[in-house]
Ligand binder design. Structure first.
Ligand code: SF4
Ligand code: SF4
Length: 200
C-alpha cells in the first residue's frame, strides 16, 4: 500500500508543481517560511501517518529525540486544553524547517494555493493575511481578490482556484484511482496520544 501511496505522491507532486508554477506571481513561499507549520491542526490519515513514521525512523537520533520532546510538550498542553479546537506547532518543524520533508502529509504539500470549495466558493490560504501568498492582489477591506490590484500588476485574468482541498485529495475518487485506503483521519498529534490520553 505504501508503494501505491508513493506513486500517488509522485502524481500529486507533478500536478502541484504545475499549479504553483502557474500561480507564481502570487506565491511568496520561501525556504525558511514555516508559518503554515504552526498553530494548526494538520489533518492526517492513517496511511499518511504510517508513511510519516517511516520518515521519523530515518531521522538521526538527535533529531528524532527533538521531535519526541516536542510531541511530549504538545501532548501535555493538549491534556490541559479545555477549548474546542486544539492548535499547535507541528512537532516535525525543527530549527524552522520540516525534518521529514519527503514524508510530509498531503495537507503540507498542497497548502498555499487558492483552493476551490463547494458551490464555486474559493479559499485563500491564511498566509495571505500575513502578507504572503496572494496578498499582492487581495483587498483586505473587501475581503476578496481585487481587480484593481490585479490591473495595477497587469494581470487580466483572476487566478484559478484548484481542487486541492484535503477532503478531495484524500477522497473516494483518489482512493479508487490509486487503489488506496487512507483510513481514519484526525489531527496529526492525535495519532501519537497514549491510550490513556485518548480515553480522557
Ligand atoms: S504557504 Fe504561506 S506560510 Fe506556507 S511556506 Fe508558503 S508563504 Fe509561507
Ligand atoms: S510535517 Fe513538515 S511540512 Fe508538514 S506541518 Fe509538519 S513540519 Fe510542516
Amino acid at each position: 500500500m505504501l508503494r501505491r501511496y508513493e506513486q500517488y505522491l509522485e502524481f500529486l507532486e507533478k500536478k502541484l508543481n504545475k499549479f504553483f508554477e502557474a500561480q507564481k506571481p502570487y506565491i511568496f513561499c520561501k525556504e525558511g517560511c514555516s508559518l503554515c507549520c504552526q498553530n494548526a491542526q494538520f489533518p492526517y490519515s492513517l496511511l499518511e501517518v504510517k508513511y510519516l513514521v517511516q520518515g521519523m525512523f530515518e531521522l538521526p537520533v538527535e533529531t528524532r529525540l527533538k521531535v519526541e520532546d516536542k510531541m511530549i510538550e504538545i501532548i501535555e498542553k493538549r491534556r490541559n486544553f479545555k477549548g474546542e479546537r486544539f492548535l499547535y506547532d507541528c512537532p516535525f518543524l525543527i530549527n524552522g524547517s520540516c525534518c521529514v520533508y519527503k514524508y510530509r502529509g498531503i495537507v503540507c504539500r498542497a497548502f498555499g494555493l487558492l483552493t476551490k470549495k463547494e458551490e464555486g466558493r474559493t479559499k485563500t490560504p491564511f498566509c495571505c493575511f500575513k502578507g504572503l501568498n496572494y496578498s499582492n492582489i487581495y483587498d483586505e477591506k473587501e475581503k476578496k481578490l481585487s481587480e484593481t490590484k490585479m490591473a495595477e500588476l497587469g494581470i487580466t485574468q483572476e487566478p484559478l482556484a484548484y481542487n486541492v482541498g484535503y477532503p478531495f485529495l484524500t477522497g473516494e475518487s483518489v482512493q479508487n484511482a490509486f487503489k488506496l485506503n487512507f483510513g481514519e483521519k484526525k489531527p496529526l498529534i492525535d495519532w501519537f496520544l497514549s491510550e490513556k490520553d485518548k480515553a480522557n
